[in-house]
Design a protein around this ligand. Structure first.
Ligand SMILES: [Zn+2]
Length: 106
C-alpha cells in the first residue's frame, strides 16, 4: 500500500493530514491550523472513509456551507452520508478519475 499523503490541497488551501490518538471518534479537522487528523490504528478502509468524511467537511467549509447549530448538524449528516458513495465512486471509476484529472489540468 502506498504511503498516505501528508497534505491535501483544496482550492487554494492546503491541509495537513496526520494520524494521532483520538478517543471517541475517527477523525477531526482543526480549522485554525488546517489539519485533518485521523485516529491512529484504523483499518485502511475505515481510515480512507474518515479522510473522505473530513474532506467533505473541508469542501463544505470552502463553499461557505458549514454553518453552525442545526446547519452544522445537517453538514455532519451530509459528510456521513457521502463517505461510502464517494469511496465507491473513487474505487469504481478509475478511468473517469484519470480522465477528470487530465481534463482539469491547469
Ligand atoms: Zn464529521
Amino acid at each position: 500500500m502506498k504511503r498516505r499523503p501528508r497534505k491535501i490541497s483544496v482550492g487554494k488551501s492546503v491541509y495537513r493530514l496526520r494520524t494521532r490518538r483520538i478517543d471517541g471518534f475517527f477523525g477531526e479537522t482543526d480549522w485554525d491550523s488546517r489539519t485533518i487528523s485521523v485516529a491512529r490504528g484504523l483499518a485502511p478502509p475505515v481510515e480512507a472513509k474518515t479522510i473522505i468524511h473530513e474532506i467533505v467537511h473541508v469542501l463544505l467549509d470552502e463553499a461557505g456551507l458549514m454553518g453552525s447549530g442545526s446547519v452544522a448538524r445537517v453538514s455532519e449528516r451530509v459528510c456521513q452520508g457521502l463517505e461510502s458513495p464517494l469511496a465507491s465512486l473513487l474505487v469504481d471509476n478509475k478511468a473517469l478519475i484519470a480522465w477528470l484529472q487530465e481534463a482539469l489540468k491547469k
